[in-house]
Design a protein around this ligand. Structure first.
Ligand SMILES: *Cc1c(COP(=O)(O)O)cnc(C)c1O
Ligand SMILES: [Zn+2]
Length: 428
């Protein structure tokens, strides 16, 4: 194998050289996965790029955000757990966490932008329910790398950066929900010079998220027995599972695969519903009934993905089956009380999705699914907004186009041309 890494198709085993390749050329539905040649080093002073050996990029971006891992004393004691480890992706300066977009989506945006620059030179089109768009916006604003963001109108309030420069961001709002934004993104990415970012299929996103587990492994010196995380698309959990299996291959952190415990927010919980029946397929009529209304009722609506990576080879169903995993369905009330308890014990506010995770941990303790001595890694995927608002300027981004239906491409083209024209005059 030449080069730093190759991609392998999980269906046919074919290896591919990366040219921003997100699908097997044979047309297989399964995920592609990166195979790295190097043994992992932990570098210093480069944020997530401390782990560049296992990221699908050649060069690091000069930004230093990184998730942290620490052993929880207070919350662990409260739950009666001796070995509770918290991974935190957000803003918590006292513990050295400085992720200003306040969620682990930042871990995806950093290598995804760099991979696009290195492997295809096109502008990424990113549909998002909010947290992803904010992460890409911050990276675009800090680096000048251009990005096109497509966000449902109702979630525009989530799109801000901590710097004022928005020249490299084209924000398009959609009159509709997250699925409408995805549909619009597919169309817009067909325009010249643009490319679909790729979501769960983008190895840069998954390997960027995997830094949570790499950081945890170096901090804990061993893999956990259990891993907890709330899921929407499933990308983060699949990424964790892949990172754990790479770490097992490395050999320095033990050889036992953690049990993957994931959670969704009721009433919209398609993977939870399908897994209850031990079905590998999501059946919309059974698992996503009255989706629109159900999504409106959710406490953590960033988890409202309608087409999660569940059945796909290498996806969530395979992950749960092969690790003896479990999914919890969590009510809004459980989220709120979990959030209160966590904030009072650990001193930081949570993203609603992370409250789902914490509630699932509480449930697993109550049910005896995990025991006092077990080593548990809980991925707090977002938090620290309160403190960030005190410390930083929040600059809202204006949408430059409002899209009324996804086929209205002619509304986009003139704005896009102008955006590209302004970019050229800014950066050349
Ligand atoms: C997106 C998100 C999740 C869910 O991640 P998926 O990879 O979509 O499953 C969990 N927590 C937070 C804070 C998020 O923004
Ligand atoms: Zn293939």
């Amino acid at each position: 194998m030449t080069g730093k890494y190759q991609l392998v198709c999980l269906e046919c085993g074919r290896t591919l050289t990366d040219s921003y390749t997100n699908r097997c050329p044979e047309g297989h539905e399964s995920l592609l996965r990166t195979v790295y040649t190097k043994r992992l080093r932990k570098l210093t002073g480069r944020g997530i790029f401390n782990y560049i050996d296992w990221l699908p990029v050649e060069e690091a971006l000069p930004l230093n955000s990184c998730p942290i891992t620490y052993k929880s004393e207070d919350f662990g004691r409260e739950l009666g757990l001796d070995n509770l480890y918290i991974s935190f992706s957000g803003y918590l300066p006292e513990r050295g966490a400085f992720m200003k977009t306040c969620t682990f989506k930042e871990l995806e945006a950093l290598p995804a932008c760099q991979r696009a620059k290195e492997k295809c030179g096109k502008i990424l089109v990113v549909p998002s329910a909010g947290n992803t768009a904010r992460a890409f916006a911050e990276v675009a604003s800090m680096t000048g790398m251009p990005v096109v963001l497509i966000v449902p109108k109702g979630y525009l309030y989530r799109i801000w950066t901590t710097t004022e420069n928005h020249d490299s961001i084209l924000l398009i709002s959609v009159d509709g929900d997250y699925s409408d934004a995805i549909a619009a993104g597919k169309e817009i990415a067909k325009l010249d010079g643009l490319i679909e970012e790729g979501g769960v299929r983008n190895v840069a996103r998954r390997d960027g998220l995997g830094v949570v587990e790499l950081e945890a492994a170096f901090s804990m010196h061993v893999l956990p027995d259990y891993y907890f995380q709330a899921v929407g698309s499933g990308t983060g959990a699949i990424a964790a599972w892949e990172a754990f299996s790479r770490l097992i291959g490395d050999g320095r952190f033990g050889n036992k695969m953690p049990v993957m415990v994931i959670s969704q927010n009721l009433p919209f919980a398609p993977m939870f519903s399908a897994w209850q029946a031990r079905r590998a397929e999501i059946i919309p009529d059974r698992d996503m009934r009255d989706a629109e209304d159900a999504i409106k009722e959710m406490y953590a609506d960033v988890l409202s993905t309608r087409n999660p990576a569940y059945s796909i080879k290498g996806g969530v169903y395979d992950m749960l089956s092969s690790t003896g995993g479990e999914i919890y369905g969590i009510t809004n009330e459980e989220c709120q009380s979990a959030e209160k308890l966590f904030e009072s014990e650990e001193g930081v506010d949570l993203d609603p999705a992370a409250a789902v995770t914490v509630a699932s941990l509480i449930r697993a303790v109550d049910e005896g699914f995990v025991g006092r001595k077990d080593k548990i890694l809980v991925n707090i995927t977002g938090g620290g907004y309160k403190r960030l608002m005190e410390d930083c300027n929040i600059c809202r981004i204006e949408d430059r186009v409002v899209l009324r239906h996804s086929s209205a491409l002619d509304e986009i083209e003139p704005e896009l041309k102008e955006f590209l024209y302004e970019l050229r005059s800014c950066y050349t």
